[in-house]
Design a protein around this ligand. Sequence first.
Ligand SMILES: [Zn+2]
Length: 675
Amino acid sequence: MTKSQAEIELKKLREEIERHNYAYYVLAEPMISDYEFDKLLERLLAIEKAFPDLVTPDSPSQRVGGAITKEFPTVQHKERMMSLSNTYSPDELREFVERVQKDLRAEGLGEPEFSCELKFDGVAVSLVYRNGLFVQGATRGDGSMGDDITPNLKTIPTIPLRAKESSNALARALLNAEFEVRGEVFMTKTDFAVLNAQSEKAFANPRNATAGTLKLQDSREVAKRKLAFTAYFLSSDALSDDVAHAERMNLLEELGFRVSQHRRVAKSLAEIEAFLSEWEKRRDDLPFEIDGAVIKVNSIRQQKALGATLKAPRWAIAYKFSARQAETKLLGVTFQVGRVGTITPVAELEPVFLAGSTISRSTLHNFDEIARLDLRIGDVVVLEKSGDVIPKVVRVVSEKRPADATPIELPTRCPSCDSPLVKPENEVNWYCPNEARCPAQIRGRILHYASRDAMDIENLGDAIVDQLLKERLIADAGDLYALEKSRLVDLERFGEKSAQNLLNAIEASKSRPLERLIFGLGIRHVGLATARTLARKFPSIERLASATLDELEQTEDIGDIIAKSVYDFFRNPLNISLLEKLKTAGVNMTGETFETIQNPRIAGKTFVFTGALEKFTREEAEREVEKRGGKASSSVSKKTDYLVTGSKAGSKLEKAKSLGVKILSEDEFLALLNS
Ligand SMILES: [Zn+2]
């Protein structure tokens, strides 16, 4: 291929890829399969690799990331990025509307209209376009100066690298000038949940996850995190003040940006209130978090006349929905010992109803949190639930503190085994160091081993484990396989039948896949996703146990902390003895090599399952797909070809619909398997 041929080919490819990208992410109406899309992108990357000087700043290859930024340069915003004044109070909202109306009348500027928009709970950014090309993206920073994070923003598929061509006269004027778009970068609830499940350290909410991601130095990592962008501001010298805010939002859509569809122009306070009350009710139905709504004066001319205070514009207000809070009484604090010895304080509360469920306990995370809250027994506390996050105690209502409120005594010894607690340097948690003999840790490890995502031993719940431990029939999970029916039937609560059922369930656990065993061992920092990664790389427990630290660190998606934790685990005598018992019992310790079935309709396709299937377990269904050369994934993305839905399908269905993923019933899936 000559350079001029390459140039022509690249131009064609770029246009085609961006067209598909737009159809997929902005319109949610894909026109080609992911496979075909990936092929186009691969071809583009190959040609660009051969002709590196033909790479352009708006090439879709920029979305893959690759730029490493050690320190983000500071840039000046053309117009200050002010934050809005906000309120939770309907009275203050009314005052805002009345003040705006009064001020505008006094200036003879007529009656205002108000643009009502959802307030996305994300991170505000500013994007500058010159002659249609995205040239600079920055954080808000202090309002006048922000960090230039252009390479990271370029990886976000809903941020156009080049604005879309348009026949609209105003849009065309913008394409020949400079314009600034502002909006919110955010993460959907589903993508947030997936990220948290895969991360070593959990983020508190999607906003924190987004902020953390935008600050990553490696844009390739940002590209993996699935951020989205929604626009809510457009400014340019090419637009006259007669072009109102709502019209500007339509122009942004014309230029290929995603703008929230849930926007409305209201003419009165009553209409604004109707918008607010509708979305306060519907907020949980949205696939992303909002924390309220923004009300803006629609006319730019009127906006300018109203001006701004030192801190905020006088033409807009953020109305925050009340966080879902409830007051209740702290009855006591208990200290739980986790399976790795972590001591976790738990608030025991007077039961209270909050956002759909009754809460009587809430984790306090660690000892520092008790001090931070200045918590005492008998205190009235405020519980808050935001989004999908579990409820937490956010503060003490100090004016309601009873005279007899008592300080919380922090334990210095393990509540389970009385060992003196230790606190590793650089950690907030206290631990019980008695790994070998602490009953709470032993119990936690056995329950984890038997849990559904691990070895899935039915009938082995808390009460039975407690009983078996008390009778000294087991001391670790390995002993389960040596249980005898004659001993079980003598125990309280056990009959002939229940004893046999338990033994059958234990027997069945011997043939679980390798990844479930790795997860079930309870290695610190090794969740289900990590266990899967390890099982793919190391075909047996023996192989994993003998892996060098270096080999572990070289494994994709395994960081140094996990690698060290896995390495140490297999060198601990306690675990060596457990593994010996499991091996003797005949528990499966190797990865599967299964027969393959030719099925071109499944080969190369990615499947996600949701809800309860009737004819398969999730596991079996995934294996059937893999046997046919397909891939099973746990989360829906643009790479997903099929979503198979059982009963009670959840948020994945919603997401699949929005991405245009093909949806199959269990029967349709079965037909596809057998085709
Ligand atoms: Zn202990």
